[in-house]
Design a protein around this ligand. Structure first.
Ligand code: PAF
Length: 281
């Protein structure tokens, strides 16, 4: 496995392979890799001749007061995990190289970015879309793989791909869970034992709402209310949002008549966790 820091060197590496007719898959990450990331990498590995994994904690997608400074990092462990899944290149650009002095052009996604995390983290998806477009331009992947835990991010990136005619196939992979049901996330490392125990309510609430839909409930208000009451019963949980939105375009739905996304964002102490489930009536 090769490590590359310079965008120009990364671009030249792909161009060389391209000239030989070989394909490249990209898994963009912010590091502190866990089994969820590895599932993306394994899928990516199957879909192309070569695998590039990028690790870059992107300052543009963190708001003031968010966890940019303390975002967990494990460069040696990450390199080991990348090697294990057969990564060809670990792309490790610095902020200085991606955002040099004078940098000022950003991507602004449209309506998809206004609800859910876009509403509670203003500018977050501008930062995500900007860095992902830059990574696409540098690496020129044939395919890029993202996790469905960040469902809204995936929808926004797919839309960006279509709107800007990007020649890359964007794949979404299922959420990977810990044994206690918590969706895998680098931020789980922040949780105290008590917070971690109570955070299990997220997937429990998703299960209960899904069971309620299976039992015939179609009222959005009733389903959201059920999830809210379960989450609020945990004393350490502070709800950021609990919403049921159209699974494609993400505006709130009134009645469950087509696939909808139940999306949760809840703080446990200083840690904001997200989780979701697509509900099919
Ligand atoms: O999902 C993430 O880890 C990040 O948002 C991404 C896509 C790597 C962009 O920084």
């Amino acid at each position: 496995m090769q490590s590359i820091e310079h965008p120009a060197e990364m671009a030249a590496w792909t161009q060389e392979l391209r000239s030989r007719g070989e394909t490249v898959a990209l898994v963009p990450t912010m590091g502190f890799l866990h089994e969820g990331h590895l599932s993306l990498m394994r899928r990516a590995r199957e879909r192309a001749d070569h695998l590039v994994v990028s690790i870059f904690v992107n300052p543009l997608q963190f708001g003031p007061g968010e966890d940019l400074e303390r975002y967990p990092r494990d460069p040696d462990g990450d390199a080991e995990r990348c090697r294990e899944v057969g990564t060809d290149v670990l792309f490790l650009p610095s902020s200085k190289l991606l955002y040099p002095d004078g940098f000022q052009t950003t991507v602004q996604p449209g309506a998809l970015a206004l609800s859910l995390c876009g509403a509670s983290r203003p500018g977050h998806f501008d930062g995500v879309a900007t860095v992902v477009l830059k990574l696409f331009n540098i690496v020129s992947p044939d395919v890029a793989v993202f996790g469905r835990k960040d469902y809204q991010q995936l929808q926004i990136l797919r839309r960006m791909g279509r709107d800007l005619d990007l020649p890359v196939e964007i794949l979404g992979m299922p959420i990977v869970r810990e044994v206690d049901g918590i969706a895998m996330s680098s931020r789980n490392a922040y949780l105290s034992p008590a917070e971690r125990l109570q955070a299990q309510v997220l997937h429990q609430a998703l299960d209960r709402v899904e069971a309620s839909v299976a039992g015939g409930e179609r009222s959005t208000d009733a389903l959201v209310q059920l999830a809210c009451s379960l989450v609020s019963a945990q004393p350490l949980a502070e709800i950021d949002y609990v919403e049921l939105v159209d699974a494609e375009s993400l505006p709130p739905t009134r009645e469950l008549s087509s696939p909808a996304l139940l999306a949760l964002a809840v703080r446990f102490g200083g840690t904001r966790l997200i989780d979701n489930r697509v509900l099919v009536p």
